[in-house]
Design a binder for this molecule. Sequence first.
Ligand SMILES: Nc1nc2c(ncn2[C@@H]2O[C@H](COP(=O)(O)OP(=O)(O)OP(=O)(O)O)[C@@H](O)[C@H]2O)c(=O)[nH]1
Ligand SMILES: [Mg+2]
Length: 421
Amino acid sequence: MDLTPKRVLVISTGKSNSLILNHAQNEFVMLLKEVNLDVISFFSQDIEAIEKSTYIGKGKLEEIAYYCFNYNENHPENKIELIACNFELSGLQKKNIESITNLEVIDRTFVILDIFEKNARTKEAKLQVEIARLSYLQNHLIDEKAEYAQVTSGSGHNKGKGEKQIELSRRQIATAINQKKKELNAIKLSRRNSRSKRINNPIPKICIVGYTNAGKSTLLNRLVKMSKEEKTVLEKNALFATLETSTRAISIYGYPTFFMTDTVGFISDLPIYLVDAFRSTLEEIKEADLLVQVVDISDPFMEEEIKTTQAIIKELGADQIPMVNIYNKFDLIPGPLPFLPKENEIIVSLLEESDVIETLKFMLLMVTKNWQRVKITLPYEIDFSTFSKENYVLSYIPKEKGITYDVLLNPAFAYKYKNLN
Ligand SMILES: Nc1nc2c(ncn2[C@@H]2O[C@H](COP(=O)(O)OP(=O)(O)OP(=O)(O)O)[C@@H](O)[C@H]2O)c(=O)[nH]1
Ligand SMILES: [Mg+2]
């Protein structure tokens, strides 16, 4: 999409002045900002059922058309140029709304696709967005009976004559999708190879999931920095800043090494095209030993966001994996703890280094739950650095004959140490 700012009118559904509608509208405004669209006015209708040809009622659309016409007459310098619907439209609905309002219309899916397109950096992310975009197009082609295309040239071979434009376009799009899927598969293969190396590795695997802008990449980056690795990932106050899953080995002195994966953020009503297109990147979630859900505690709608994340995890078939919640951005809410965290929850601000360490310990205790806790005395020849990278050392006391550890032993490495005791 071209990047000059445009003025838009937003249409939503829901009870006017309700909290839910307000939240949905605010979130949509943030999405629109990401693609340089300024909201001028809001309209909403509380609909019981979707109107097949226009999604919301025709009367409402006529009211909107009238409003836009008057507004544009009175603001010739600042005209409303576009209508953005906070729901997904069919091709026919879009066309009908355009003809009633005389303005170009885009829907929620289109906006999210644009943001993904803008933020895709790797070849894999780019291909996935292109596939999602093509699938969206395929589903939004309008069957216009008048449009027939002359496909073949006049060689007496009239195979395509009279073929509907829509069928031709569908076929072209399907071919393009197949082509891109092939390219993606090649990339997936190499991703799978490095992944299978990790799967067979006894090192714990933690995957960060959660709503967009919650602080997932921040968590990974803070830990990467502590482990003196320089390969951080992009963290940014923006929606869908991360589109690729990035895995880093986190090795912080005194703590066991683990793999940590950052993933694409979720949002309510994440278009199915995107969930499908990103399935291969998200597959990694299924191989984690622990899912860490980062939640923005300052967001008044965090409960809904948690539900959204859980629904997507379920849809991906990863809901059997243990999950813990990190309530982040505590610095943004005034006063004491808003609730008492349960055993699998922690409230933090990842901008605070001490909280990052608390989070690290919390995650490690959760991911090492099936490791055996023992008191073991090892001779001084056993290197502390290696021992604490493979196992989780909770405390240690140097003694005459060696060091006595209170430690959670990684079952895969226990054989190395047990007979030294
Ligand atoms: N105030 C405050 N801001 C934070 C905290 N943690 C992260 N942020 C900010 O929140 C913004 C989003 O952080 P990211 O880590 O990029 O969020 P994300 O979850 O990876 O977002 P997506 O990649 O879009 O899904 C950044 O501007 C961070 O600096 C926190 O504890 N407090
Ligand atoms: Mg991110």
